[in-house]
Design a protein around this ligand. Structure first.
Ligand code: NAP
Ligand code: HSE
Length: 428
């Protein structure tokens, strides 16, 4: 009988237990599809005694994931612990040095160390697979590296963080603030160990940088992603956006331009009737644009145990079938170092400001915008408080740098009572 593929599973949390469940419940289906059994040899987590709701007694146990990565009865090291450094990085490096292939769901690790890890894995003849690291259950890495391999990719964009989309859509549905919705995300298994990575846009930025590396044949460059989270978005913004026919989404866009590689992850207003505008809960959507194929839209669960474990198993099964691809779709030695460019495509912006309620305040703000070359499309003043009034302004198309110039100049007017919120309006 064909030799089984033996897994060493480091991490038995939301994703790890999901993988155990699939290996146990779909053993026959997996063997039939790959032509060999896939088995778990040993596992590792911090706490051996914890009840995880899955049967683990048939597997070896290691307190130390590095020891798991060295075991002779492990062919594939499956890293499901998380963290860009520490045990995840140490154990991954040891696994490669010990001749194991690696499957990981860890976007933080790959966004920071992906290029170096890919170089060492490929030099050692090993593979690193990471379908689960981007957009949960959506097979977007496979789509880019295999299905669209014959295309010049023009643009990659999408909603890639389930937590943010859940919080933004539930805020609108329930009227609750985003702090309250953390607990629901935790119960659903969406949150990163540090939820600031989610709401700060960092997790989604990690994912975008990985997609950009594959799409444009470049070395992962997370440091150049222009990042903005959803922390400053209020229920009022969501309601005002809805009133104007928009939804607020944490949207990522990566494109190669004549000036270099643009990567930005920031809250955007998108038309509420657009496919992106209609995404609810933890659902993700990734839009890929290729010169031959046109536009491809992938949509599905972006987080959670089952969807993420599904993606991990796709990678494991590819290895079981003997499919061996370079980490980022082409040999790591051929990936270019891209010049980073600040996103410069003009767009309209939504501006929410708190102005002192006194004569001439609006005129001063309008003058600052005019001086920065920004033209106003729509304006609305509503809900006067004692001494201040919220004002919404929708601009005509402008650049982020012109807007930043205006934002910096507002302080000197003496009429702006709180930090303005500026959100790009994206035509999608
Ligand atoms: P989790 O529920 O917090 O589980 C983490 C697991 O790692 C736990 O079992 C923990 O052990 C173990 N662990 C942590 N530090 C360890 C160490 N030093 N030594 C041994 N084991 C250690 O996290 P998760 O949600 O499953 O996420 C795992 C990875 O998948 C992360 O990289 C995450 O970004 C990624 N991911 C998650 C999702 C999702 O929806 N959750 C989706 C896509 C990707 P104990 O249980 O004993 O504490
Ligand atoms: N914390 C991540 C999210 C998990 O909310 O999307 C999936 O990568």
């Amino acid at each position: 009988m064909t030799q089984p593929l033996r897994l060493g599973l480091a991490g038995l949390g939301t994703v790890g237990t999901g993988v155990v469940r699939i290996v146990q419940t779909h053993a026959d289906l997996i063997a039939a599809r790959t032509g060999r059994p896939v088995v778990i040899s040993a596992v590792s987590a911090r706490s051996k005694g914890k009840d995880r709701g899955v049967k683990l007694d048939a597997y070896g146990w290691e307190d130390d994931p590095v020891a798991l990565a060295r075991r002779d009865d492990v062919d594939v090291f499956v890293e499901l612990m998380g963290g860009s450094d520490g045990p995840a990085k140490d154990a991954t490096e040891v696994a490669i040095a010990s001749g194991k292939d690696v499957v990981t769901a860890n976007k933080a690790l790959l966004a920071v160390h992906g290029h170096a890890l890919a170089l060492s894995a490929e030099a050692a003849g090993r593979v690193i697979r990471f379908e689960a690291a981007v957009a949960g259950g959506i097979p977007v890495i496979k789509a880019l590296t295999e299905g669209l391999a014959g295309n010049q990719i023009a643009r990659v964009m999408g909603v890639m963080n389930g937590t943010c989309n859940y919080i933004l859509t539930r805020m609108e549905e329930t009227g609750q603030g985003y702090n309250v919705l953390f607990d629901e995300c935790a119960k659903l298994g969406y949150l990163e160990a540090d939820p600031n990575l989610d709401v700060g846009g960092i997790d989604a930025g990690h994912k975008l940088s990985l997609l950009a590396a594959i799409a444009f044949g470049t070395q992962v460059d997370f440091d150049s992603v222009e990042l903005e989270g959803i922390q400053s978005i209020t229920l009022e913004d969501i309601r005002q956006a809805a009133d104007m026919g928009y939804k607020i989404k944490l949207l990522g866009v990566a494109q190669m331009t004549g000036r270099g590689l643009e990567q930005r992850m920031s809250p955007c207003l998108v038309p509420d009737t657009s496919p992106l505008g209609q995404l609810q809960g933890g659902t993700n959507m990734v839009v890929l644009e290729g010169d031959a194929v046109g536009q491809i839209v992938l949509r599905g669960a972006g987080a959670g145990s089952g969807p993420t474990a599904s993606a991990v198993m796709a990678d494991v099964m590819d290895i079981a079938r003997g499919l061996r691809l370079p980490t980022f779709g082409q040999p790591a030695t051929t990936l270019r170092k891209a010049r980073a460019a600040r996103a410069a495509v003009p767009a309209p912006y939504y501006l929410r400001m708190q102005l002192l309620d006194k004569p001439g305040a609006l005129a001063k703000v309008a003058r600052v915008l005019g001086d920065s070359g920004i033209s106003i499309d729509r304006m609305r003043q509503y809900g006067h408080q004692d001494t201040t009034a919220p004002v919404l302004i929708v601009t005509h198309k402008t650049t982020r740098s012109a807007l930043d110039e205006a934002l910096a100049a507002f302080g000197a007017t003496g009429v702006v009572a709180a930090e303005p919120v500026a959100i790009r309006i994206e035509a999608v």
